[in-house]
Design a binder for this molecule. Structure first.
Ligand SMILES: *Cc1c(COP(=O)(O)O)cnc(C)c1O
Length: 223
């Protein structure tokens, strides 16, 4: 399994290059975020050995357990939080992560801004949009996005882009197109969209960050 990881990363990059060329945007080279949540450590190490340096985790505690040691071995690793964050974990999140992609409400924006001030850090953040209006998913509703962006900026947060997770049973291209429209409208440079099932499509629709777990590491064994 671990021997596959390097090959899988190469295959993902090839597929992205192929789809972007096909969409007449060969210059688009989205950042590949390897989503390492719940994956065995040997596979994560294999990715590191293959040169992968940007990783995504969805839980603060789990990320802390895994990455405190790994970051000592690979200090240039960049960690992105891509899962929902409770305000009482904002301090730990700001300490551990290099980027927070899941800012979806004013209360969280306030907590993060306060923590960053306290810790003397200014992490890039993304606003997560619940484009599919799903109850079980994080993200703000599209109509709340302008106000959340305004508030986040006024708090001094460095909002660099938008993130979304389309509903599993929808055509993702509708969601990707909407996200690109919002990013343009609000002058945000980065778009985090696309997972194992649709990363190449997302890349061809303007993603600047793709978040890929299963296609790199294999299926997650849920405990
Ligand atoms: C788990 C997860 C991913 C990766 O999903 P795969 O289908 O395994 O590639 C991407 N984004 C978020 C927010 C996730 O929670």
């Amino acid at each position: 399994m671990t021997s596959d990881v390097a090959a899988n990363i190469a295959a993902v990059r090839d597929e992205v290059a192929r789809m972007c060329a096909h969409a007449d945007m060969p210059e688009n080279q989205p950042r590949l975020i390897a989503v390492s949540k719940v994956q065995p450590e040997d596979r994560v190490r294999a990715a590191l050995e293959a040169g992968q340096r940007v990783f995504g985790e969805n839980r603060v505690q789990e990320a802390e357990e895994r990455w405190t040691a790994l970051k000592a071995d690979y200090p240039d690793v960049e960690l992105h939080l891509i899962g929902g964050l409770q305000t009482n974990k904002a301090a730990k999140a700001v300490e551990l992560f290099d980027c927070i992609q899941s800012v979806d409400r004013e209360k969280l924006a306030r907590a993060l801004a306060a923590e960053m001030d306290k810790q003397g850090k200014k992490l890039p953040v993304y606003l997560q949009v619940n484009t599919g209006r799903e109850d079980q998913k994080g993200g703000c509703m599209v109509e709340d996005l302008p106000a959340l962006l305004e508030t986040s900026k006024s708090l001094g947060l460095d909002v660099v882009g938008l993130m979304c997770i389309p509903p599993a049973d929808d055509d993702p291209s509708l969601h990707f197109a909407l996200m690109r429209k919002f990013a343009r409208r609000f002058g945000l440079a980065r778009l985090s969209m696309g997972m194992s099932g649709d990363y190449a499509l997302a890349a061809a629709m303007g993603a600047t960050d793709i978040r890929v777990g299963t296609a790199i590491f294999g299926a997650r064994d849920y405990r």
